[in-house]
Write a protein that binds this ligand. Structure first.
Ligand code: 3HC
Length: 311
């Protein structure tokens, strides 16, 4: 019977159809989906902190309103993804504990500080731009709830990228100080943005299996290359330089050659030794503990209203 179930699963994957929560699936498939979707959701929630840092200091009401909308969107992205993950038999409470205890990770990019207001634009342009490169293929991921969440998220992500790019374009048309602020921000975020795509394929333990299961539709290096090729003309239009001396067009490859990120830095940040890891988790833990009374009250209210309706 299990052989028939596995055959059914494999033919669904082979036909690029969706596996739905009630379908039989190999335990490894479920496990790597929980791992990836949970960490994706954690990334959205933790990602609210670096940008949230500038909401009270946005330079105009318009910029504040845009930033508020974007940070709220990220919370929503987290909720869509926790809900997709719950269809695999976990709970968002359990996943939150794993995030706070360090048992599950979130994207390395959010462990870097946002030191100037230009970072709000750079995060929109480069970080959300990288997210778009990574998330568009995930709309076709083999697990139904994850792919459908991605379709909604990608629509909002393009607003995130455009608002960031427009913010930087405005600053580049401003004073020399503003132009210098943008360039300094880009210099700080370019390499960490390339690290978002994960380690090189040769050092990626999950890519081969995730590609075979249709969870990933492209490898880490493919998407990183796509992001570099997309960003170079945008940087030229903006009037900023990218901090990579090896970056140059390769006519033969019809793609840009570029330098390697500092993979030791990447591993250190992923292991918890980045500039902001402790601060990000402490902030998330505090928010979770400060919100405990709301959860308790809601559960007590639900229990009481359940008793009154059934008694
Ligand atoms: N930060 C932290 N950990 C990372 C990482 C990164 N940038 N890149 C890879 N890792 C981890 C992986 O999780 C894995 O560890 P694990 O087995 O303990 O989970 C290990 O490093 C090896 O990496 P692999 O390439 O083998 O792992 P994956 O096959 O899972 O590929 C990934 C990594 C490309 C990030 C993939 O998980 C993925 O596509 N995830 C979904 C997208 C996502 O999470 N994006 C993060 C940013 S979310 C975002 O940008 C929100 C936007 O609104 C700003």
């Amino acid at each position: 019977a299990e052989a028939a179930l596995l055959e059914g699963f494999e033919s669904t994957i082979a036909h690029n159809d969706r596996i739905e929560p009630r379908d039989w699936m190999p335990e490894g498939y479920r496990k790597t989906l929980v791992r990836q979707i949970a960490q994706h959701a954690h990334s959205e929630i933790i990602g609210m902190q670096p940008e949230g840092n500038w909401i009270t200091r946005a330079p105009s009401l318009r910029r504040k309103a845009i930033l508020l909308a974007k940070v709220q969107d990220e919370a929503g992205h987290g909720l869509y993804l926790y809900s997709a993950c719950e269809t695999l038999g976990t709970s968002r409470g359990e996943l939150t504990e794993k995030l706070i205890s360090g048992a599950q990770k979130y994207s390395s990019i959010f462990n870097y500080p946002t030191l100037s207001y230009a970072d709000v634009g750079t995060i929109g342009w480069l970080v959300d731009g990288a997210a778009i490169c990574n998330q568009v293929p995930l709309c076709r991921t083999s697990f139904g709830p994850y792919g459908r969440a991605m379709i909604r998220i990608c629509k909002e992500e393009s607003f995130h990228q455009r608002q960031g790019y427009e913010l930087l374009m405005t600053m580049m048309r401003g004073t020399d100080e503003q132009r210098a602020m943008v360039q300094e921000s880009v210099d700080r975020f370019w390499w960490p943005a390339l690290m978002m795509f994960g380690p090189p394929d040769a050092e990626s333990p999950n890519t081969a299996q995730s590609m075979a299961w249709g969870i990933k539709r492209n490898t880490n290096d493919d998407l990183r290359q796509r992001f570099v090729d997309m960003s170079v003309p945008q940087a030229e239009a903006l009037g900023v330089t990218l901090p990579d001396p090896e970056l140059k067009w390769n006519e033969e490859r019809q793609a840009h050659d570029f330098g390697q990120p500092d993979w030791d830095e990447f591993m250190a940040v992923v292991r918890g030794n980045g500039p902001c890891n402790a601060q990000r988790i402490a902030h998330r833990r505090a928010a979770h503990e400060d919100g405990a009374w709301v959860r308790e009250a809601a559960l007590a209210f639900a229990a009481r209203s359940h008793d009154t309706t059934t008694s």
